[in-house]
Design a protein around this ligand. Structure first.
Ligand SMILES: [Fe+2]
Length: 218
């Protein structure tokens, strides 16, 4: 064998070794998505049973009138950190109504409860990991005398084999985001992942896109 060929073969075998151990591992790590940051469940997880938990929170099936406030679409995709879509994940979603009031006995706010707002939805992602629901832009509300929570939607997401996630989704262009005691503890990268983005209109409803990344179990 000529020197050239031997050198070439040696180089290829070294690269092959690195590829199977170091380079591939490094690339896989570099390509991994950041898991969506978790956040507290807060005090208003629904405790009152309700039969209607479908993907349209603006309409309670037994009622004629729709919820007050700006109706919006929230949609996105759930993926694992390796990019694989998470099919049939369970999403438990709850939020304040347009007045900033939760359907919860512990909410002592003086804001009027919108009796036509569903308050909670329990839905699944589809085969490709996508989810979609219609709701209202939640109102801001006081957490205490020095702290106004910006509009946000609470999520609990679970899927067998993946780490369950409890978090909160925020809205772009909300000045209260900057002063929120929860959101401001996050890094810039984390905040970017927690704030939905404008994604056009569906009819006359603004669409907010919110993509979620679930971590693997240890
Ligand atoms: Fe909340």
């Amino acid at each position: 064998m000529k020197d050239f060929s031997r050198r070439k073969m040696l180089k290829l075998s070294v690269l092959g070794g690195l590829g199977s151990i170091g380079i591939k591992h490094g690339l896989a790590r570099a390509m991994a998505l950041m898991p969506t940051p978790s956040e507290t469940e807060g005090p208003f997880y629904p405790v009152t049973s309700q039969s209607d938990k479908d993907a349209d929170l603006t309409h309670i099936l037994s009622k004629k009138s729709k919820a007050m406030g700006q109706h919006i679409v929230v949609q996105g995709q759930i993926r694992e950190v390796n990019g694989k879509p998470v099919a049939h994940a369970l999403l438990d979603i709850w939020q304040a109504d347009a007045n900033g009031r939760y359907r919860h006995p512990g909410d002592s706010s003086s804001a009027k409860l919108d009796e036509n707002f569903q308050g909670q939805a329990v839905i699944n992602s589809d085969q490709a990991g996508f989810f979609r629901f219609i709701t209202v832009m939640p109102g801001a509300y006081p957490a205490n005398k020095d702290w106004i929570r910006p509009p946000h939607i609470h999520f609990k997401i679970s899927k067998a084999g993946l780490r369950p996630l409890t978090t909160q989704m925020y809205f772009p262009d909300q000045t209260l985001n900057q002063s929120d005691w929860l959101l401001r503890t996050k890094s810039t990268t984390e905040r970017l992942a927690m704030v939905a983005r404008h994604a056009g209109l569906e009819g006359n409803l603004p669409i907010y896109e919110y993509n979620i990344v679930l971590d693997l179990l240890d």
